[in-house]
Design a protein around this ligand. Structure first.
Ligand code: DGL
Length: 279
């Protein structure tokens, strides 16, 4: 792979969830060029095994590299939990050590100190993210005294991917999981929405979570962490292409492009045009 050209920032998710991260990143870093890739044809990832999530994620990262991305953000907790470390340690040195792949879990955990007083942290995530215990491990590293209470919400992503986030039926599943999490530890005062799809259920979740509990979504957190990262990594930043003013974004999906464009436009609040690709 050639090292000389500038390229866009790749943003990857299993489906629509990463759009919640992309939106905030573009707000924070507007002049950069982006490629968003949603592997909608194979979503959800949250119930898939470690090996499969790793393989699908690596395929997507390689695809984004082939389109010139020098930096790829895994805007997906499941991929960050199950694939990021192996890609960083095993694959990148072989593919191209100058390229970077970053995730969403570490930056989220870094923020916790600003919110919690009890140190009891609830984490909602996909079954894959919760079973991986990635949040438990990251939190234990940065805040050894904290307690992490993970809770998997297997129904939430399918509701969102199927356009049911706003429906009354979704209320049942949202309330049920909140009740189950809080029953595990009444001292929880901060909950991480540890899946990039969940901001699409934010209004509902906020309605059913007691007011004294902080609810953390990841868009703004990941965006400011990325801005900080680029300020500290000037040579990489210099290899990221920009189109001023306002940057550009190409939307790619492994599913039907019309379907993706319609759903994505709803999430982003602006019309977009996606293209279908094969991995
Ligand atoms: N949006 C993803 C996450 O943050 C994955 C959802 C899924 O595909 O299950 O975990």
């Amino acid at each position: 792979m050639t090292n000389s050209k500038c390229g866009p920032i790749g943003i990857f998710d299993s489906g629509y969830g990463g759009l919640t991260i992309l939106k905030e990143i573009r707000r924070r870093l507007p002049d950069y060029d982006y490629i968003y890739l949603g592997d909608n044809a194979r979503a959800p990832y949250g119930t898939r095994s470690f090996d499969i999530v790793y393989r699908f994620t690596l395929e997507s990262v390689k695809y984004l590299f082939s389109k010139g991305c020098r930096l790829v953000i895994l805007a997906c907790n499941t991929a960050s939990a199950k694939a990021l470390r192996t890609i960083q340690q095993h694959d990148l040195p072989e593919i191209d050590p100058s390229r970077r792949v970053l995730g969403v879990i570490r930056p989220t955990v870094e923020r916790l100190g600003n919110y919690t007083r009890t140190g009891h942290i609830g984490v909602f995530g996909t079954p894959g993210t919760i079973q991986s215990e990635s949040y438990d491990m990251e939190i234990a590293k940065l805040y050894p005294g904290f307690r992490t209470i993970g809770h998997a919400c297997p129904m939430w992503v399918p509701l969102i991917e199927n356009g049911e986030a706003g429906s009354e039926g979704a209320d049942f599943f949202v309330r049920q999981e909140i009740f189950r999490l809080l029953a595990k530890d009444p001292e929880i005062d901060t909950i991480i929405l540890g899946c990039t799809h969940y901001p699409l259920l934010y209004e509902k979740i906020r309605r059913f979570v007691p007011e004294h509990i902080s609810l953390l979504t990841q868009g703004e957190i990941v965006a400011s962490s990325l801005a900080d990262y680029l300020a500290r990594h000037k040579p990489l930043d210099a290899k990221l292409s920009k189109t001023e003013p306002g940057g550009s974004c190409t939307y790619l999906t492994t599913e039907n492009s019309m379907k993706f464009s319609t759903m994505a436009s709803l999430f982003l609040g602006a019309a977009i045009d996606a293209a279908t690709i094969e991995l």
